[in-house]
Design a protein. Structure first.
Length: 752
C-alpha cells in the first residue's frame, strides 16, 4: 500500500470518526482547513439549516449568519486565523424555516506533531432558550431595581417623615430624609417621641399602634430647637401584619406642623386685630342676620348717633334715617335680603346733635358651601362732602349743557365713525337738518364732506386721531339739500385715543360777518368756557383726593380732569389771542423779579419733563427786572416745550442783560428749522412741524403768544436757524414803564 493510499485511508477514518462524533452529540459541528474555509458540516447542521453541506462549504456558512452578527463573525474568523487559539463566541444562524436562533460557538485549532495548525474544529450549541430566560431574568431584575429606586425616591421625596420599626425588638428598619431632618438640632428626637414605650408621658403612637393593633392618628408633640425656638410635630402610626395577621412591624409618620401652629396663632391674632379695626375705622360697621335684622354695630355708630347699645338692634336703626329717605332705604334693604344681591344706598342719617349727613350704605352676604346666606356684613361711609361735590359737578355739567344749547354757534357731539350723536339748533340750521333727522341717526360728518374736499377731510380726521384736537379750519360742507356752505370748524376728542368728541362750527357764508365774528367768537368761547371748566377741574381734583373711589370712578374722574385741563389750556390761549388781537393787549401784572431765577426754574421743570435730554441754564449780568413773572414763565415754558418736542440732544437756556434790555435765548440741537417757514411761525393758528414731528394737541397759538408777551414787555421775539439746530431769542425792555407810556397803539400790545 502506498503512502498516498494510507493517508487517504487515515483521512477517511478521521472523517468517519468526526461524523460519528457529530451524530452522537447531535450538535452543529464543522471542520475548516487552516485557511478557515469550511470543509465539512455535521448532519445536525444540515438538518437545522435545511441546506446541503455543500452550501456551507468554504465561506458559504456566513450567508446563514444573522446580518447584525455577520460583521462580528467575520472579524472573529480573521482574528482566529492570525492568532490561532480556542475561541468562544455567540451568533445567530438562520434555520430551515427562516427563523434565527442563538448559538454558542466554540472553535479549537488542530495542530500536527510540530505544532502547526492543520485545521479547525468547531461546534455550535443552541442557547436560544437559555438566552431568552437570561434576558427575562435581567429585565425582571432591572424592573425590580427600578421599582425599588422609585419607591426609595418617593420615600425620600415625601415631606412627611416616615419610620419603620421591627416587632418585638423595636429596631428601626428604615427612615427617610424628612424623618431624620426633624431630629436635627432639636430634642427630644422624633424616634423617641414616636416609638417610646409606656412612660410617665404615655406611649408614643407607634408603641400604641403595635400594642393595641389599631391605627393611631394625630398625636401632637413639641420639640425645643438648639436655638430655643419651638417646633411642633404631628405623629400617626399603623401596625403592619403578616399573612397570619400577626403584627410584625410598626409604620409611623411625622409632620412638622410648626407653620400651622403659627398660622392658628396668627389667625387668632388676626381676629383680635380685625375687631380692633372694626372698632377703630371711621366707617360705621354693622352685621345683620340672614333675615336682615341687625345684630352688631361698631363704636363709630354709637358715637355718631348717640344711641345706646341695644336701641338699634333688629330694625331699630330706622329711627335715625331721614324721613324722606326711609322708603327708599327700606325697599333697597328688603330687596337685598330677599334676593341675596349686594346692598347699596345713599341715605341721610341723624347725628347725636340732630343734624343729618349723607352716608353710603353697602353690604354683602356671607354664604355657606351650599350658597345659603349666613349673615350680612355692611358699612356706612360718610359721603356728605362727596355728595355736595358731585352735585356741584352735575350743576357744572348743566351749565356746560346750556352753553351747548346756545345758538351763538353750531355745536355737536360725534363718534369717530362720523355719526353725529347730538347737535344744537344752530348746527342743524347750518346744514338744513331737523331734530327728526338727528334722532333717526341720518346725520354723518363724512356725508357732509363734498367729494372734492375728501383729502382735507382725511387730513383733518388724521390730525384728530393723532392729537385729539383740530385747530380752527375753514371747510366747505354739504347741506341736506346738496347746496354748499363754508364753515369754520374746530373739534376735540373727549380723551386722546377715544371714540367720541365735541365740535364747534360757524357758518361763514357772510365773509364780512365772518371777519367781525372771528375775534368775538374766540373771546366769547374762551370766557364762557372758563367758569364751567374751572368748576370741573376743582370738583374733579377734590373728588380724586377721596380714598373711597372705586377704580372705575377714579378712571372716569381722571378722564374728566384730563379733558378739562386740555380745554382749559386751549381757552387760555384763545383768551390771550383775543386780548392781543381785538383788545388793548395782553394783561400783565407787574412786580420786581429775578430773571435768572425764573430761567433756572423753567430749565429744571423742562429737565424733569425730558429726563433723556440735557437742559443747561446759564446767564450773565444783573438779573433784576420789573415784569410779569407769570407771563415770562409762560413764554419760557412754551419755548422749552418746543425745544423738547422738535429738537434733539442738548437744550441751552441763556439770559443776559444790558443797559437797555434783557435777552433770553433758547437753543436746541437737531435739524434746523426750514427758513421758508419762518414768516408764518409767529402767526396765529399756524405751525411748521417737521415731517417726523408728532402732531400735538395745540391750536398753533404758542409762538404767537410768546411774541405778544415779549412785545407787551417792550421787546420782541425772533427765530434763527443754526447749522445744527434752532435759536429762539426773546428780548425784554429794562425800562418797561416808559416803553408802555410811549408805545404806539398800533405797534405794541402791552397793557397794565
Amino acid at each position: 500500500m502506498s503512502d498516498r493510499q494510507r493517508l487517504e485511508r487515515e483521512l477517511a477514518t478521521a472523517q468517519a470518526r468526526f461524523d460519528a462524533l457529530c451524530e452522537a452529540t447531535g450538535q452543529l459541528a464543522f471542520r475548516a482547513d487552516r485557511h478557515g474555509r469550511n470543509i465539512a458540516s455535521s448532519p445536525a447542521w444540515v438538518a437545522y439549516t435545511g441546506r446541503p453541506a455543500e452550501v456551507a462549504a468554504d465561506e458559504g456558512w456566513l450567508d446563514l449568519v444573522h446580518p447584525d452578527d455577520r460583521p462580528g463573525a467575520r472579524t472573529t474568523l480573521d482574528h482566529l486565523l492570525e492568532h490561532p487559539r480556542i475561541v468562544q463566541t455567540e451568533c445567530r444562524f438562520r434555520g430551515a424555516r427562516g427563523a434565527y436562533r442563538r448559538f454558542a460557538v466554540r472553535i479549537v485549532p488542530v495542530r500536527d506533531g510540530d505544532g502547526a495548525v492543520v485545521e479547525f474544529v468547531g461546534a455550535a450549541v443552541d442557547i436560544e432558550e437559555q438566552h431568552r430566560k437570561e434576558l427575562e431574568r435581567h429585565e425582571l431584575s432591572r424592573a425590580l431595581e427600578r421599582k425599588r429606586d422609585k419607591l426609595e425616591a418617593i420615600l425620600e421625596a415625601l415631606p412627611v417623615g416616615v419610620v419603620l420599626t421591627e416587632v418585638p425588638s423595636g429596631r428601626v428598619l428604615q427612615t427617610n430624609r424628612a424623618f431624620d431632618t426633624l431630629g436635627e438640632n432639636a430634642a427630644p428626637a422624633p424616634l423617641e417621641l414616636a416609638a417610646r414605650p409606656w412612660g410617665s408621658t404615655g406611649p408614643g403612637p407607634i408603641a400604641r399602634a403595635i400594642r393595641e393593633g389599631e391605627p393611631v392618628e394625630g398625636v401632637e408633640a413639641r420639640q425645643i430647637r438648639d436655638d430655643g425656638t419651638e417646633r411642633w410635630l404631628r405623629m400617626s402610626a399603623v401596625p403592619l401584619r403578616d399573612g397570619s395577621g400577626a403584627v410584625v412591624a410598626g409604620l409611623g409618620t411625622t409632620i412638622d406642623i410648626t407653620d400651622r401652629k403659627r398660622m392658628e396663632e396668627a389667625l387668632r391674632d388676626s381676629e383680635r386685630r380685625l375687631r380692633f379695626c372694626l372698632e377703630s375705622i371711621p366707617q360705621q360697621v354693622w352685621i345683620a342676620a340672614a333675615d336682615g335684622s341687625l345684630e352688631y354695630y361698631s363704636p363709630r355708630w354709637y358715637e355718631y348717633t348717640g344711641l345706646e347699645p341695644g336701641q338699634a338692634d333688629g330694625w331699630g336703626w330706622s329711627m335715625v334715617v331721614h324721613p324722606d329717605d326711609r322708603s327708599t332705604c327700606f325697599a333697597a334693604w328688603k330687596r337685598a335680603v330677599r334676593t341675596g344681591a349686594a346692598y347699596e344706598v345713599e341715605v341721610r342719617l341723624r347725628a347725636a346733635d340732630g343734624s343729618y349727613r349723607w352716608f353710603l350704605g353697602r353690604a354683602l352676604p356671607q354664604r355657606d358651601e351650599d350658597g345659603r346666606i349666613l349673615r350680612w356684613f355692611g358699612s356706612n361711609t360718610d359721603m356728605h362732602e362727596h355728595k355736595q361735590i358731585r352735585e356741584a359737578l352735575e350743576a357744572s355739567e348743566a351749565r356746560f349743557r346750556r352753553i351747548f344749547e346756545l345758538d351763538l354757534l353750531g355745536m355737536c357731539t360725534w363718534r369717530m365713525d362720523g355719526q353725529i350723536l347730538d347737535a344744537n339748533r344752530e348746527y342743524l340750521r347750518t346744514f338744513g337738518y331737523d331734530e327728526a333727522d338727528l334722532r333717526a341717526g341720518r346725520i354723518n360728518w363724512y356725508a357732509l364732506t363734498p367729494p372734492d374736499q375728501a383729502q382735507l377731510g382725511a387730513d383733518t380726521a388724521d390730525e384728530l386721531q393723532r392729537s385729539g384736537v383740530i385747530r380752527p379750519t375753514e371747510k366747505v360742507c354739504l347741506r341736506k339739500d346738496g347746496s354748499r356752505v363754508p364753515v369754520i370748524l374746530t373739534a376735540a376728542l373727549d380723551a386722546v385715543g377715544g371714540e367720541t368728541g365735541t365740535a364747534f362750527l360757524f357758518d361763514a357764508s357772510d365773509r364780512k360777518q365772518l371777519e367781525e365774528f372771528q375775534h368775538q367768537l374766540i373771546g366769547v368761547v374762551s370766557h364762557d368756557l372758563r367758569s364751567p371748566l374751572a368748576a370741573m377741574l376743582t370738583t374733579a381734583g377734590v373728588l380724586l383726593r377721596s380714598a373711597s373711589l372705586s377704580p372705575s370712578e377714579r378712571r372716569g374722574l381722571e378722564r374728566i380732569h384730563g379733558t378739562a385741563e386740555r380745554m382749559r389750556r386751549i381757552t387760555r390761549d384763545l383768551l390771550d389771542y383775543t386780548q392781543a388781537r381785538v383788545g388793548r393787549g395782553l394783561s400783565l401784572t407787574a412786580s420786581d423779579a429775578d430773571i435768572g431765577a425764573i430761567c433756572r426754574a423753567a430749565a429744571a421743570e423742562a429737565q424733569l419733563l425730558a429726563p433723556d435730554r440735557t437742559v443747561i441754564c446759564s446767564g450773565e449780568g444783573a438779573g433784576e427786572l420789573r415784569c410779569d413773572p407769570g407771563r415770562i414763565e409762560q413764554a419760557l415754558s412754551n419755548l422749552l416745550a418746543n425745544a423738547v418736542k422738535y429738537g434733539e440732544g442738548r437744550i441751552a437756556l441763556r439770559w443776559s442783560s444790558s443797559e437797555d434790555e434783557f435777552a433770553i435765548e433758547v437753543e436746541n440741537e437737531g435739524r434746523p428749522i426750514d427758513g421758508a417757514l419762518l414768516p408764518q411761525l409767529f402767526l396765529p393758528f399756524r405751525q411748521g412741524p417737521r415731517p417726523d414731528a408728532p402732531v400735538t394737541q395745540s391750536l398753533g397759538l404758542g409762538l404767537f403768544i410768546v411774541r405778544e408777551i415779549a412785545r407787551a414787555h417792550g421787546g420782541d421775539a425772533s427765530i434763527r436757524p443754526l447749522p445744527h439746530g434752532t435759536l429762539v431769542r426773546l428780548t425784554l425792555a429794562r425800562r418797561l414803564g416808559n416803553a408802555c407810556d410811549q408805545r404806539p397803539e398800533a405797534s405794541s400790545s402791552a397793557r397794565w
